[in-house]
Design a protein around this ligand. Structure first.
Ligand SMILES: [Zn+2]
Length: 313
């Protein structure tokens, strides 16, 4: 596997080559895509053992669930335009014992994805470390592609962000600055009157801005109030319609002030009452409709009928 042949390295030079060259800037009608999060190979057993910091020495269950997800997604008609995995691809932190095996086995499980459904990767705290360093970011990029980038699909602008740089950039302040500068340029271009206008702007990141309400207290599972408020203001000003995330291992979120904060449960370990699953997102000319589907439902019956109908319009 090398260079552009490697399906796991499609995000490079801050863009994504899994879709048409230069992206698809024209709206050509409704389409769907899949948003999933936290396959996190190794967490299920570590969680049962009560050792989530170390642990993670077995991951056969997550491999099986990831394969089920791939199988369910491959069967969908119409085909999703892409599948985005919103972080915590594996459980083992950078430079810890089981990291290599988990990454290898996740790639093997994802390899069955139909080649017409490009995979988009988002970095999570387990992928980069809770306090990322230039070294851990580089390791991630060489395994999965850029940690932040943008791409166009069917007239929609998608921004993939590294939320770890919002969470704790104390060990890599320059990387944080660079993402800030890049993000500012992306957002101002999205709302500029001289550039082609995206039908929608969507953001993908691992850590949610908030879980239920924009003014909730800081928590392990959300971004701090100051960072959150600043991002909310900038996203709204640029016309971002939805922010998709994971990290919580439960479904949550809410729509406030026209911005939809979507928190999706995991392919892997569940920390609440949800089932292993992923989210089907339908994009129409005027809305972005999404619903979490369990892997079981998706494999047996495909996406819900009302969503399928929206795609025929
Ligand atoms: Zn996480």
């Amino acid at each position: 596997m090398a260079g552009s042949e490697d399906v796991f390295l499609r995000a490079k030079h801050r863009t994504f080559s899994g879709l048409a060259e230069g992206g698809e800037r024209e709206w050509t009608g409704p389409f769907c895509f899949i948003q999933a999060a936290d396959p996190q190979l190794g967490l299920m057993k570590a969680w049962r053992d009560g050792d989530c910091d170390g642990g993670g020495d077995e991951w056969a269950e997550e491999v099986e669930l990831t394969k089920q997800a791939v199988e369910a997604v491959n069967q969908l008609r119409p085909r999703p335009r892409f599948m985005v995995l919103c972080g915590d691809l594996v459980h083992a932190m950078p430079d810890t014992p089981f990291r290599e095996g988990q990454e290898r086995d996740l790639k093997a499980a994802l390899k069955g994805t139909d080649p017409s459904i490009p995979l988009v990767f988002v970095s999570g705290n387990h992928d980069l470390g809770n306090t990322p360093t230039p070294g851990t970011v580089e390791q991630y990029c060489s395994a999965w592609g850029d940690d932040y980038f943008s791409f166009w699909v069917g007239g929609v602008l998608c921004l993939v962000l590294n939320s770890q740089l919002f969470f704790d950039a104390s060990a890599c302040p320059q990387l944080k600055e660079a993402q800030e500068t890049w993000l500012e340029a992306q957002l101002s271009r999205a709302s500029s009157s001289t550039e082609p206008k995206p039908k929608h702007v969507l953001v993908f990141q691992h850590i949610p801005l908030y879980l239920k309400s924009p003014d909730e207290e800081d928590d392990y599972f959300n971004l701090s109030k100051t960072v959150r408020q600043s991002l909310l203001d900038r996203f709204k000003k640029a016309g971002v319609k939805a922010v998709f995330s994971g990290h919580y291992h439960r479904n949550a979120g809410g729509c406030h002030g026209g911005l939809d904060m979507v928190v999706s449960s995991a392919i892997g370990c569940q920390l609440g009452q949800d089932e292993h699953g992923l989210r089907v997102v339908v994009v129409t000319a005027d809305k972005v409709v999404h619903r979490y589907h369990s892997l079981e439902q998706l494999r047996a019956r495909g996406m819900d009928e009302d969503l399928r109908k929206l795609l025929q319009a």
